[in-house]
Write a protein that binds this ligand. Structure first.
Ligand code: ATP
Length: 331
């Protein structure tokens, strides 16, 4: 139902000249350079799939989602969503999709939430019974009742996000794109939002493409993940198979009293590696290793012999660790 083939997107950006004279010069003569944000990606997604679209900052996730929604036109390649080319038929595509983009709102700022929903009902021509049913269900699952009479501008971030999600699903779209739907929210609101997304998928077989930096979102919602790095796909497959493949990876975060720069103790050098961010001024470092090769207890005891450890935490979310490893070292 979503077919992406050899998709690329380049941005044309103005080359900045240094200093005031450079700024003045560029008023008259602009030099451009291109930035390849997405490069030759291909995949297909079936109806009803829950896909996590993940990658480090600047990897190309939002650019891809914007092309899927029809907001941006690809530089090369093609997209079809339910047979529609989104950037050619934006309006037709919009009837089939829902979207939530982080901080931006599709609700009307100055009117009560319920009135925004009424307007969306007219825009999408949602039949009365479907509208009523959805409002009732969404109000219950997302606990919207106390919010419906309030203008969007008076809502907190978490309240607004719950209202946004309801708006995105109101017309029973076949695909919903969610860009960071849980960013900055408290644990209870995150849980409610995740439960809502799962319920919508079960009820209507809605396809959900979710970009997030929160690996708990991925664990709780997605069956498949696509990892993107510098515009290309690093991994596309089931969450379970990546866990099976990399599930032995562990990370321990240490806070050390360092007198000199950190070096890995000789007895660990074969088994552990220092994570890419190295050490910070507080003496914090992270070591990753395979627990097939060495146990966490042995890593800690070797560290204790050489360093004074102020504190340590063992990374608790496996997928978090795996993804960090993949971002740093590839698949
Ligand atoms: N409008 C734009 N003009 C020029 N370059 C852009 C534009 N939008 C994004 N980019 C660049 O394209 C690359 C991919 O950006 P994109 O926003 O798709 O990444 P992302 O994976 O969504 O990142 P994040 O997790 O930080 O949201 C980045 O290098 C970014 O600087």
């Amino acid at each position: 139902m979503i077919e992406v083939s050899e998709l690329s997107k380049e941005y044309k950006i103005v080359k900045k000249q240094p200093g005031l004279s450079g700024a003045l010069k560029s008023l008259f003569h602009r030099e451009y350079m291109t930035k390849k944000a997405v490069s030759q990606i291909s995949y297909s997604i079936d109806q009803g799939e829950l896909v996590g679209y993940i990658g480090a900052n600047g990897a190309g996730k939002s650019t891809t989602i914007k092309m899927l929604c029809g907001i941006l036109t690809p530089s090369e390649g093609s997209i079809r969503v339910n047979g529609i080319v989104p950037y050619h038929e934006r309006q037709k595509n919009a009837r089939n999709i829902g979207a939530v983009f982080g901080q931006r709102t599709q609700l009307f700022w100055d009117i009560a939430v319920r009135e925004s929903y009424d307007l969306l009902k007219h825009i999408y021509q949602i039949p009365e019974d479907q509208y009523k049913k959805n409002i009732e269900l969404f109000t219950e699952v997302l606990q919207l009742e106390p919010l419906l009479g309030i203008p969007v501008r008076q809502l907190s971030l978490g309240q607004k996000m719950r209202c946004e999600l309801a708006a995105a699903f109101l017309h029973n779209p076949s695909v919903v794109y969610l860009d960071e739907p849980t960013i900055g929210l408290d644990v209870a609101v995150k849980a409610r939002i995740r439960a809502f997304i799962r319920e919508m998928n079960q009820l209507h077989h809605t396809t959900v493409i979710l970009t997030t930096h929160d690996m708990q979102d991925i664990e709780e919602i997605c069956k498949r993940i696509i990892i993107i790095d510098e515009g290309t796909i690093l991994y596309d497959g089931s969450l379970q198979s990546i866990k099976d493949r990399f599930g032995d990876k562990r990370v321990i975060h240490f806070e050390l009293d360092l007198q000199s720069p950190f070096t890995i103790p000789a007895e660990l050098s074969e088994y552990v590696s220092l994570q890419a961010n190295g050490e910070d001024e507080e003496g914090r470092i992270s070591l990753s290793f395979s627990n097939q090769a060495i146990s966490g207890a042995d890593v800690i005891s070797a560290m204790l012999k050489e360093y004074h450890i102020r504190d340590l935490t063992i990374a608790d979310s496996k997928i978090e660790t795996i993804v960090q490893e993949i971002y740093e070292r590839g698949v």
